[in-house]
Design a protein around this ligand. Structure first.
Ligand code: AMP
Ligand code: MG
Length: 430
């Protein structure tokens, strides 16, 4: 999709109402508006961990490069297995991993072979050492007492992992430990990845104090910059922490300008609720194309989304609500996917599963609710979820105690204990 204006995108959405957005509508608009960055850099494969692969990687070799043994034992000719047992075989050589046996292996003969060693040309089968019998270590014969292998057993075939020319990894993949190992198995020392996303963030609010400062009467410590830091770090972003910005139009404009001059995306928290600190909205709109939504969700109802520019530089902007739980929920259900799309990542959505809820949950149809849950296995080995306790949007402990978020969609009504609910794993099962 080509870059488009927000107004063009929303004109295609039937019944668009900024004061009554559904979660899926808002998610769709964000996905349609965002275009991947496509800025590529070459890095050593270890540095490519958690980065987005820029292009498909084709295998330049067969992996493994030779038929080889999967066991320590004896390489033999499959034809010999048609002979009666016990079957004596003469040992005509020895081959270790990294060596080649170049001699002939005739009928009734075998070669002692170690795991990973290339199979001798005449052999197609390996009998594990523990299925054989040898009179003494000096004996040049080994006996197979009974039919314990079939032709082709314990042989790893050339190219069975990857064939020459085959796509080993697809561009867009977020590289995990197995992937950088796979690149190493292809002999690739460096790889093209998307450059890290630069994300600037700041908190807004006169009442906010930063850690290390005295907590004046009526003030709260700013926690959103810390949860955002953690969530952005997990996504592998480069971060620009711009601190706390006062509810003041001049300070606000300076912060927004500086943020979008330095970053690909800007995330703010606070000041987007109805009536509160209106100049946040004014400033955002002044600097770009901006939508303000009331999304049918709890927590996290208000949100601003768009693109702002300054000095010829522009950045996507996510104006999140101020409440600490709302910030995290909005991040996981809107911002995360948007940032992954900017990174060009072909990432799976957060894992979602259906499990019975131990807790009865009150829920009004007509909005999406995100309740914090603890997913655990019961005594009989079945997964189940229960609420973490008080679910207020300012109660950050409910996120800290949770290992999943229970998603109750628009249509859902009250949940009775034992009913299945959808849970989303947002940060692993820790
Ligand atoms: P606001 O959206 O600015 O009206 O803020 C909503 C609520 O979230 C208020 O109680 C704020 O004090 C609180 N809040 C806003 N920003 C932060 C922050 N960075 N850390 C902790 N609480 C915040
Ligand atoms: Mg505020």
């Amino acid at each position: 999709m080509t870059p488009d204006s927000l107004s063009a995108i929303i004109s295609c959405i039937s019944g668009y109402d900024p004061d009554a957005m559904t979660v899926p509508q808002a998610q769709q608009i964000i996905q349609d508006f965002i275009t991947p960055l496509h800025a590529v850099e070459q890095v050593a494969i270890r540095s490519a961990l958690d980065r987005v692969l820029a292009r498909d990687v084709l295998s330049a070799i067969d992996v493994p490069a030779n038929d080889n043994s999967a066991m320590d034992g004896y390489a033999l000719r499959g034809d010999d297995l048609d002979q009666p047992f016990p079957l004596p075989l003469r040992i005509v050589g020895n081959v270790h991993a990294g060596q080649r046996f170049t001699g002939k292996v005739g009928p009734g003969e075998c070669v002692r072979i170690m795991t990973g060693a290339a199979l001798p040309a005449d052999c197609d089968t390996v009998i594990p050492q523990e299925f054989t019998h040898q009179q003494s270590p000096q004996d040049d014969h080994v006996t197979i007492p009974a039919a314990s292998v079939r032709r082709g057993d314990n042989r790893r075939l050339r190219g069975e992992d990857l064939r020459l020319g085959q796509v080993a990894l697809r561009g867009g993949k977020l590289l995990r430990p197995a992937d950088i190992g796979l690149l190493a198995s292809l002999g690739v020392p460096e790889i093209a990845v998307q450059r890290r996303l630069r994300v600037a963030f700041f908190s807004t609010g006169d009442e906010l104090r930063s850690v290390g400062e005295t907590l004046d009467a009526g003030c709260v410590y700013d926690s959103n910059r810390y949860t955002l830091y953690g969530m952005l770090a997990r996504l592998g972003c480069d971060m620009i922490d711009m601190g706390v910005v006062k509810d003041d139009p001049i300070a606000m404009e300076a912060a927004f300008r500086s943020a979008c001059e330095q970053a690909d995306a800007v995330i703010t928290s606070g000041g987007v609720s109805v009536g509160a600190a209106d100049y946040t909205k004014q400033t955002m709109s002044k600097l770009g194309e901006m939508l303000f939504w009331k999304i049918g969700m709890r927590p996290g109802r208000p949100m601003a989304f768009g693109r702002i520019s300054s000095q010829g530089r522009s950045a996507y902007l996510f104006g999140l609500p101020g409440n600490p739980v709302a910030v995290m929920v909005s991040f996981y259900f809107f911002v995360r996917d948007a940032l992954l799309r900017m990174m060009g990542a072909d990432a799976a959505p957060l894992p979602r599963l259906s499990v019975p809820s131990l807790s009865a949950i009150r829920k009004k149809p007509g909005r999406t609710e995100y309740q914090r849950g603890i997913l655990a296995v019961d005594a009989s080995g079945h997964w189940q979820v229960r609420l973490t306790g008080a679910q207020g949007s300012g109660i950050l402990r409910s996120m800290s105690d949770a290992n999943c978020i229970i998603v109750l969609n628009d249509a859902q009504g009250d949940v009775a204990a034992g009913d299945p609910v959808q849970v989303v794993l947002f940060d692993g099962l820790t």
